[in-house]
Ligand binder design. Structure first.
Ligand code: PDD
Length: 292
């Protein structure tokens, strides 16, 4: 059913998301030649919006879309969709594609005009509490995604298939492991492994996304969060394990490959990082719930 409170931004115009259309020959649709962001909003503010903006421009450049040609429409989309949010808690989605034109792997010279799309829909931060209380059951899977995971592209079929395989096996999410046995990340989250009072996360030299939540945790909780390679053989020795992403900041994992892991409730380091992260979100966006 169409969600009457979801908005889209297409070609400079805000309209109900259910009415938005994209061209059939958009290169994002035909070739996954596109990059995206998902950003929390509240109080009319995009949480860590500057970091997301910088990442989508970097991702665009990484796949050959000139960032200078999309900055202005991107800023307009963010501004207009934040206005449409009326200060409520929500999720802002932005996508930049290589443009629309007759299907050909190589676009015509001098290139197509890149296109910018966006949506905003209500999304309640308050749902996090029950997810954190419950914790996740995950499984490890080989990393069969493409190798340019550093860019946030819509090349997401590997993630979809991994999540589907996890569900078929009675789990809820997957942890990608590379062919040398190193842990990478979840299907749409970064991974953190707690031992000795530190939350370790794999370094960006591996095939994983430089998550904004990961970045904020590394920068603002230097006393508790650090980077290092993590081998799958170490999993059993984790004192706590958690995922972190825009929609899942600090959500504990209680089972991996059917083996219980950690204390079975949210451990002390995950709890402390979740508390700090919630505070940073409230400082920027106001308390959960949004404007009345
Ligand atoms: N996913 N790793 C992957 C593969 C991701 O897709 C994401 C984000 C993250 C975490 O990044 P961030 O902290 O910037 O959200 C890590 C988003 C939420 C999504 O696909 O909807």
């Amino acid at each position: 059913m169409a969600d009457a409170s979801a908005w889209a931004w297409v070609e400079g115009r805000v309209l109900p998301a259910a009415e938005a259309r994209i061209p059939l020959e958009d290169r994002g649709f035909l070739f996954a030649e596109s990059v995206y962001e998902a950003i929390l909003t509240g109080g009319g503010v995009a949480f860590t919006g500057g970091l997301h903006r910088a990442r989508i421009l970097r991702s665009a450049q990484g796949i050959g879309i000139d960032p200078a040609r999309v900055e202005t429409p991107l800023d307009a989309a963010i501004r207009d969709l934040l206005r449409a949010s009326s200060g409520r808690d929500g999720l802002l989605y932005l996508q930049v594609t290589g443009g629309a034109g007759p299907r050909d792997h190589l676009p015509p010279e001098p290139g197509l005009e890149p296109r910018v799309y966006g949506t905003w829909r209500p999304y309640l931060r308050s749902g996090l509490a029950s997810l954190r209380a419950r914790g996740l059951n995950v499984m490890t899977v080989p990393d069969n995604r493409w190798a340019l995971g550093t860019f946030k592209t819509t090349q997401l079929l590997g993630a979809v298939l991994a999540k589907r395989a996890a569900r078929a096996a009675g789990a809820e999410d997957a942890i990608f492991v590379d062919d040398q046995g190193y842990l990478l990340e979840g299907s749409s989250t970064n991974l953190f492994f707690v031992r000795g009072g530190v939350a370790w996360t794999p370094p960006l030299t591996r095939n994983l996304l430089p998550g904004i939540t990961r970045h904020v945790l590394l920068r603002r909780a230097r006393d508790l969060v650090m980077e290092r390679d993590l081998h799958v053989s170490e999993l059993a020795s984790a004192e706590e394990l958690f995922f972190a992403s825009t929609t899942r900041p600090c959500v504990p994992i209680h089972q991996v490959d059917r083996q219980p892991l950690g204390p079975g409730t949210m451990g002390p380091i995950t709890t402390e990082l979740a508390r700090r992260f919630d505070q940073w979100m409230s400082e920027e966006m106001g308390p959960p719930g949004g404007a009345p």
